[in-house]
Design a protein around this ligand. Structure first.
Ligand SMILES: [Zn+2]
Length: 92
């Protein structure tokens, strides 16, 4: 990861250890994913055996980890790092 954005020079790490908080955001995402999959399996698949729940959640977390990780860091940067949207740098 670079120190700052190559386009707008936004600092990606405002202080050392800044992204430890992103772990908690990622944990929230994972919990929400777990609950959503559990409810879907329970009601749509008529309460399958436990290994189906574990396999579905583990598979979804493995597949979605790259996105969850990046969104957690981005939310941390927006929420606590002072990053703000600047329309001058919007993609067109
Ligand atoms: Zn930027």
């Amino acid at each position: 990861m670079t120190q700052a954005c190559l386009v707008c020079q936004q600092t990606y790490e405002p202080e050392p250890g800044f992204y430890y908080g992103a772990m908690y955001i990622n944990s929230g995402f994972s919990t929400a994913l777990l609950l959503a999959i559990a409810f879907l399996l329970y009601y749509l698949a008529d309460d399958p055996p436990l290994w189906v729940y574990i396999g579905a959640v583990a598979g979804a977390v493995l597949v979605l980890t790259p996105w969850l990780f990046r969104y957690s860091r981005a939310l941390m940067l927006y929420g606590f790092g002072g990053a703000r949207f600047d329309p001058r740098y919007a993609l067109r």
